[in-house]
Design a protein around this ligand. Structure first.
Ligand code: FRU
Length: 498
């Protein structure tokens, strides 16, 4: 039985979704059917299709009481909208159905587990949020919230937890059939410190607290949001999105960030021993990623290609706000997380243009066939004389007269900088970020994916990635190159036709 609130949301998105023309959206990065989108939720494979839900407020392109939007795909690139899956329509989630995840139950039905939010009014008039975990069961389109929700309530928190910040369950099924989930939780009176809690269940409905998987200890920001936890290439990976980060060299930046901890895990004792940490994305816009295991065994991650600190980067005219990243295949090599655009994207490459040994100097250079806003480009840059370095290499794209976004590499500091200051933004927000690139003086290698309102840069075979949203007018589609010093560049460029 769908509620009045869900019926209204479905009616609204059905009518207004049609009014957004396909050309007004990115080609293959998922955007909300109408209104606002943040975190990916419930990313999964169900009955042979990929499902992606998302934090959703259909009525305006700004954050509001959270619903779950819903889309399906067979290749993670062509998405089809399904009706909104959940609305905040129960007493325990009346102020929002926050982030969560999905799993297929033993009987073949689909279970969504999410954070149910309620704002309580205290006797003194102050408002206090209560976050618990709830479930809904469905067939891949219509979901029924469980009558005994919430299934993980505040009294199942370990001692010393703050029930105001307890959210974003990520569920998985163990080989022995047991369900487990990790949930973020703020520690009470600890300067905002947080930890990741592990819960287990035989059936997905009856849960018990198992243990504290890991405590932040204020090492990386304060409250960790949106955990994900999985094995990959013989290692165990924990993804989290911390709030209130302080910068650390070129690794972590201020504000909301993403990071992964890589280490070993003992499934029997649920003991996680992290050895390495790193940022997941070194650009401006990436947050709250979630992963799936594809039927052919790939671990694929998708993130919200936006950041809470830079939400003012948007098209003021657009009736949608927020987009997902390109789905990325993950691997762990030598203690590092590598990311590559999913290989399905390679099948969408058309109109190959190749320029080899292009000699770049101060003069801005435009190359035949190299332009566009839905583009996949592989670039290699090296000094013309291996004995003599250059000062900088600069690539501009989404360029048109005064407007452009640039990527600039300086061998002397070995940093690649993305700069969208001149992308048409009228807001005083973060527009630049630098990423340290190891061993690039001899040769800098990267792949750039542009899709109308974004760019994603995969550096050195996916060792580091930088993502940024840009809302430059779509008529700006020039791409240019130049260098201070003598540089030789190879570029292979494709249009992406999805
Ligand atoms: C992360 C987040 C989650 C929360 C959701 C609310 O971006 O703050 O922790 O569940 O967004 O929309």
């Amino acid at each position: 039985m769908s509620s009045q609130a869900l019926r209204e949301a479905r009616r609204y998105e059905e009518i207004y979704g049609k009014r957004i023309l396909p050309e007004q959206r990115p080609l293959f990065h998922l955007t909300p059917r109408t209104g606002w989108m943040n975190d990916p939720n419930g990313f999964c494979v169900f009955r042979g299709e990929y499902h992606l839900f998302y934090q959703y407020y259909p009525y305006t392109p700004i954050w509001g009481p959270m619903h779950w939007g819903h889309a399906v795909s067979r290749d993670l690139l062509h998405w089809e909208y399904l009706p909104a899956a959940m609305a905040p329509d129960e007493y325990y989630d009346q102020d929002g159905c926050f982030s969560g995840s999905a799993v297929t139950l033993e009987d073949g039905t689909h279970l969504l587990i999410y954070t149910s939010v309620i704002m309580h009014k205290l006797p003194d008039g102050r408002v206090r949020s209560l976050q618990t975990q709830s479930v809904a069961v469905g067939d891949g389109e219509d979901y029924e919230k469980y009558e005994a929700n919430p299934v993980i309530s505040e009294n199942m928190l370990p001692e010393g937890s703050d029930p105001r910040d307890f959210r974003d369950p990520k569920i998985w099924r163990e080989p022995d059939g047991m369900y487990r989930c990790v949930v973020s939780s703020r520690i009470a009176d600890a300067g905002g410190d947080s930890r990741i809690l592990l819960y287990r269940s035989r059936d997905g409905f009856h849960w018990e607290f198992e243990k504290v998987l890991i405590t932040n200890g204020l090492r990386f920001g304060r409250m960790w949001e949106c955990p994900d936890f999985f094995g990959l290439d013989g290692k165990q990976v924990l993804l989290v999105s911390p709030q209130d980060m302080e910068p650390k060299g070129f690794e972590y930046h201020n504000g909301n960030g993403t990071l992964c901890l890589i280490g070993d895990y003992d499934r029997e004792t649920a003991d996680f021993r992290p050895e390495y940490d790193q940022a997941i994305d070194y650009g401006i816009d990436f947050y709250a990623p979630q992963t799936i295991l594809t039927p052919d065994g790939r671990r694929v991650m998708i993130g919200w290609m936006q950041n809470w600190d830079a939400c003012a980067i948007r098209d003021p005219e657009a009736v949608w706000a927020g987009q997902m990243s390109t789905p990325r295949e993950l691997s762990v090599r030598d203690g590092r997380l590598y990311q590559q655009p999913i290989r399905e994207l390679d099948l969408c490459r058309r109109n190959r243009v190749e320029h080899r040994n292009v000699h770049l100097t101060k003069e801005r250079m435009y190359l035949d066939g190299v332009r566009g806003r839905v583009v996949d480009m592989e670039i290699r840059v090296r000094p013309a004389d291996p004995e003599k370095s250059y000062q900088k290499f600069v690539l501009r794209f989404a360029e048109d007269g005064e407007t452009y976004t640039s990527l600039r590499f300086r061998p002397s500091e070995s940093t690649l900088k993305i700069d969208r200051k001149f992308s048409g933004s009228r807001r005083a927000i973060v527009h630049q970020r630098r990423c340290y690139v190891e061993n690039a003086q001899e040769e800098l290698r990267f792949r750039v994916i542009l899709d109308r309102n974004s760019c994603e840069v995969f550096i050195d075979g996916g060792r580091k990635v930088m993502s940024a949203a840009l809302y430059t007018d779509l008529s700006a589609e020039q791409i240019s190159f130049r260098a201070d010093g003598d540089v030789i560049m190879d570029v292979v460029k494709y249009d992406l036709i999805i």
